[in-house]
Design a protein around this ligand. Structure first.
Ligand code: ZN
Length: 208
């Protein structure tokens, strides 16, 4: 499926903002990844940088936009697909960049930094709140979240992004990660899921 803009929201779950020592923002905090970062990883090898410090996983609900954005549009009309993806982050590099006031791109936008699971038809806002999503690392659950715990919900995010930057078919939006982020190691096996469905699976290969 063709991917255009890759928008991401930071600090959109209170417990995750707290675990990294960040305040909850008063407006959505947006950043982007190059579309080249997005890779469909239903099953396979996930190659990530191995020589730039810790690589953190952040499992997130990801929505795909199916219609040109118009103000006030309902999420059920705007979004066409849903999956769970990982917002991979070079955390030590990000901390260095933040300390220097520099952009995050190198820490957030490297190749394969946005692995995506299998796309599902967007199930609708009501159904979404009834299903948890999360991540298993080597068979152990490390993250579990639910859209209803977002600081800024899908409607607010869509209006914010649509009005500030524009939203159109093929754009995707990472909606923030719940608590439980941590580092990857070479050979780790990741499985990310929504409800009772595993949407993506990958074995981590840290590039030498
Ligand atoms: Zn994130």
């Amino acid at each position: 499926m063709e991917i255009h803009n890759v928008y991401c929201v930071g600090r959109n779950y209170r417990l995750h903002a707290a675990e990294l020592g960040n305040d909850v923002p008063s407006a959505p905090m947006l950043f982007m990844k190059p579309s080249h970062a997005a890779v469909q990883t239903v099953e396979g090898i996930l190659r990530v940088p191995g020589t730039q410090g810790s690589v953190h996983y952040e499992a997130e609900l990801v929505v795909r936009i199916g219609q040109p954005y118009r103000p006030g549009m309902a999420p059920d009309e705007l979004f066409s697909h849903l999956t769970v993806g990982l917002d991979l982050t070079l955390r030590s590099l990000q901390d260095e960049l933040k300390a220097k006031g520099l952009p995050w791109l190198s820490a957030k936008g490297f190749r394969n930094s946005a692995p995506l699971g299998r796309w599902l038809a967007y199930p609708g806002e009501a159904s979404l709140a009834g299903q948890d999503f999360g991540l298993r690392l080597n068979g152990r659950e490390v993250q579990r979240g639910n859209a209803k715990d977002m600081v800024f919900g899908l409607r607010e995010l869509a209006d914010f992004v649509g009005q500030a930057f524009g939203l159109g078919p093929g754009d995707i939006l990472f909606t923030g990660t719940p608590a439980g982020v941590g580092s990857l190691s070479d050979g780790d096996v990741l499985e990310w899921w929504y409800g009772d469905r595993t949407l993506g699976q990958a074995k981590v290969c840290m590039d030498p």
